[in-house]
Ligand binder design. Structure first.
Ligand code: AMP
Ligand code: ZN
Length: 456
């Protein structure tokens, strides 16, 4: 770290206008694992992790208008759903979760600095970044100029001096959210997307910091433009010392898209994907089986296998509750550029070598609850997805192959059910009874307590 006593990391967060999809879950999980690793190495209070919320954006305006609700209502609702989803994925909250709309002053200050330094100019109510004014623009993505011009083509506007120039501030129409503009522009306006991240990173991490992350799609133009803004405003050689980008996620071999109908939200997966309500921890585990920089092919079979592995491990761990330290082999695997496939091979080793306390310590450290009840998978019954996806998923009905429960495990479950009944949590007591029934254990309640027998 630049400051030996404080590791600083910024990761681009969601634009809050709709449910997050499982592709969006990938950076959240990958950088959560990195956050946990850094906290382990440097100490919990020595790591600052900033993940922003983009709550001003044209997609948000359009969706709010479409639904006929105020923008604020849409962004709040979406943020709440996002929070609930990522909690279910076992992710820690970041140290700071700044919102773009709360950092307009910082954005304006940055824009004014850029104009004063000759790196930005005002044109027709817009402020634009003057790309040719930065000699080494484009270093991160190392794209040739003609490709960048082609990439910027969609945004070609007569007021741009160069086609690669990008918007820092733009005018707002009366129905759009707007703030008093910088640079003596009279009409109200709103920020461009890239300046939001430069401003929030500056406010919470300073002019330069250690790690910047996000999905691979953000390298160009988003991260390239963040770098241009921050470096030119502060006259620094770098914005962040390390850039980490996760690969993309595709579903059953195809790009995830609304038109293909294989677009899966985290929420949907938790409620019903291909006939099952999947626990967030299975999604988390499945994500970590692929090295973060590689693309992931998200399949029913992969998720099913991940779920079965966790089910086996959690059941096994029930027997031994001894505490221990996170094994060094786990830290070593992660320290090798977040090598999660090596990490998972190591977890399998611990299971094979019958090292229950070490396996549990490793799983806790990685954000897994180790509670079987948290990874119950419910059959929802109806397959709601289009046949293109269903036909490629496994044709067999997935089943959880559970090992037989020990007497002690059965009795522990019965005790948990009795406790749930005592506090009138009948949903939970029924769930436990069903779980036992699924494993062939029949309960008989009487006034003297609960007896059980193995169903024949
Ligand atoms: P967005 O809300 O579209 O700005 O995306 C939020 C984060 O999710 C960014 O870091 C994106 O790079 C990432 N992301 C979006 N789609 C995918 C995908 N299919 N696979 C992996 N990451 C993605
Ligand atoms: Zn960003």
């Amino acid at each position: 770290p630049l400051d030996p006593a404080r590791v600083r990391m910024y990761v681009c967060g969601p634009t809050v206008y709709d449910f997050a999809h499982i592709g969006n879950a990938r950076p959240v999980i990958v950088f959560d694992v990195l956050f946990r690793l850094l906290r382990h190495i440097y100490g919990e209070s020595h790591v600052t992790y900033v993940r922003n919320i983009t709550d001003v954006d044209d997609k948000i305006n359009a969706r709010a208008a479409e639904r006929g609700i105020p923008i604020r209502e849409l962004t709040e609702e979406t943020y709440k759903n996002f929070k609930s989803d990522i909690e279910a994925l076992g992710c820690l909250p970041p140290t700071v979760e700044p919102r773009a709309t709360e950092h307009i002053d910082e954005m304006k200050a940055l824009i004014e600095r850029l104009v004063a330094a000759g790196h930005a100019y005002v044109a027709e109510g817009h402020v634009l970044f003057d790309v040719p004014s930065m000699a080494d623009y484009g270093k991160l993505s190392s794209r040739p100029l003609d490709e960048m011009i082609a990439g910027a083509r969609v945004e070609v506007a007569p007021y741009k001096r160069s086609p690669t120039d990008f918007v820092l501030w733009k005018p707002s129409k009366p129905a759009e959210p707007g703030w008093p503009s910088p640079c003596c522009i009279k009409s109200p306006g709103r920020p461009g997307w890239h300046i939001e991240c430069s401003a929030m990173a500056w406010k919470h991490l300073g002019e330069t910091f250690d790690i910047h992350g996000g999905g691979i799609d953000l390298v160009f133009p988003h991260h390239e433009n963040e770098i241009a803004q921050s470096r030119c405003a502060f006259h620094t050689g770098v914005m962040a010392n390390y850039w980490l980008h996760n690969g993309f996620l595709q579903v059953e071999g195809e790009k995830m898209s609304k038109s293909l109908g294989n677009f899966v939200t985290i929420n949907e997966l938790r409620e019903n994907w291909l006939g099952y309500a999947w626990p967030g921890e299975a999604l988390r585990f499945n994500m970590l089986r692929t090295y973060y920089r590689q693309p992931i092919d998200w399949t029913f079979d992969g998720l099913d296998e991940s779920h079965k592995t966790l089910w086996d491990w959690y059941g096994y761990l029930d027997a031994d509750k001894t505490n221990t330290e996170v094994p060094p082999s786990i830290i070593a695997a992660l320290s090798d550029d977040l090598n999660t496939p090596a990490l998972i091979a190591e977890l399998h080793n611990l299971r094979r070598k019958n090292e229950a306390p070490k396996l549990r310590a490793a799983l806790y450290f990685l954000g897994f609850s180790c509670k079987r009840k948290d990874i119950q998978r419910r059959a929802v019954g109806v397959e709601v997805h289009p046949p293109t996806v269903v036909s490629k998923a496994s044709p067999h009905a997935p089943t959880i192959v559970a090992r037989p429960l020990s007497k002690a495990e059965i009795e522990a479950l019965i005790a948990a059910r009795t406790a749930a009944r005592a506090r009138k949590d009948f949903k939970e007591s029924d769930r436990i009874r069903d779980e036992l029934a699924a494993m062939g254990v029949v309960l008989k309640d009487s006034k003297d307590g609960t007896n059980w027998e193995i169903a024949r």
